[in-house]
Design a protein around this ligand. Structure first.
Ligand SMILES: Nc1ncnc2c1ncn2[C@@H]1O[C@H](COP(=O)(O)OP(=O)(O)OP(=O)(O)O)[C@@H](O)[C@H]1O
Length: 256
């Protein structure tokens, strides 16, 4: 479904993402892990066509059979938020402080799924339930919610269109461990997409312990390059690259 090949992103004369290959199959949960500055976020932004103005990209990003690197901006606008959802680290930044949770959810429901007013009211309740929030959360405002509840709302907004792929960039890193676990449960149980196929998740995280809990496969990035990729269980059991070995060792120490 998503097939990134030989992706490079340059800012000035620096290749901040260098020759990255990455695939996500329908229904698959893939984690992109690596340290700060390793190029994870820019890889995600390149897929969304939302790189900073100073950046340029090369390579191929095939999604639903179209190369997004050469697709016109109107094609990207059509798939962003509809076929590809996005959740970032800072839910507060994604939410309008003056709008209720219900209003946040009705906008994508009406825009992307074309639901009537009555149908979208029902769909709001269903979405809230999918992310573990009670129906009466629809009448609350972002400031009245905890950080974890706000992140649940941000995920509900991102999945309202039933996207084929959800990109989540450090969705739990601003949250305490019990709250993180709740958000990972929500991401693990993504609903079906509009065409009935299972949704896929591309999870960006610096934390192997987080990605390892819910990802089928991991892509390890270091200094802008993919240094290792494989099944989560295999990577955790027998990491090959020295950087991955260090990541696994430090996750073990933290878990001990
Ligand atoms: N707008 C920008 N202008 C200049 N350099 C940038 C910009 N955005 C990112 N970079 C640089 O590109 C490199 C990769 O950044 P990126 O945000 O993809 O890293 P990351 O792996 O997501 O790290 P983090 O976990 O800290 O967000 C970093 O060295 C960063 O400083």
């Amino acid at each position: 479904m998503l097939n990134v090949s030989r992706l490079s992103v340059r800012i000035g004369d620096r290749a901040v993402v260098d020759d990255v290959d990455l695939t996500v199959m329908p229904g698959e949960t893939v984690g992109v892990i690596g340290g700060s500055g390793s190029g994870k976020t820019l890889t995600a932004l390149a897929v969304l066509g939302l790189l900073p103005a100073a950046a340029s990209r090369q390579g191929r990003i095939e999604f639903d059979g179209t190369d997004l690197c050469v697709a016109p901006e109107r094609h990207l606008r059509r798939i962003r938020g509809a076929r590809i959802g996005f959740v970032g680290q800072d839910a507060l930044a994604a939410l309008n402080p003056l709008a209720t949770v219900g209003r946040h959810l009705r906008i994508p429901l009406r825009r992307h799924r074309g639901l009537s007013r009555t149908a979208s009211a029902h769909a709001v309740t269903e979405l809230l339930d999918q992310v573990g929030l009670p129906a009466d959360a629809a009448r609350t405002y972002p400031a009245q919610l905890s950080g974890g509840q706000r992140q649940r709302v941000a995920i509900a907004m991102a999945i309202a269109s039933r996207p084929a792929l959800l990109i989540a960039d450090e969705p739990t890193s601003a949250l305490d461990p019990p709250t993180q676990a709740g958000i990972l449960d929500v991401l693990r149980a993504l609903p079906m997409t509009a065409d009935g196929a299972p949704a896929a998740l591309l999870l960006i995280s610096h934390d192997l312990a987080v990605a390892g809990q819910i990802c089928d496969r991991l892509v390890v990035m270091h200094d802008g390059r993919v240094v290792e990729t494989g099944d989560t269980a295999g990577i955790v059991a027998t990491p090959q690259h020295p950087y991955t070995q260090a990541l696994v060792a430090s996750a073990r120490i933290l878990a001990a």
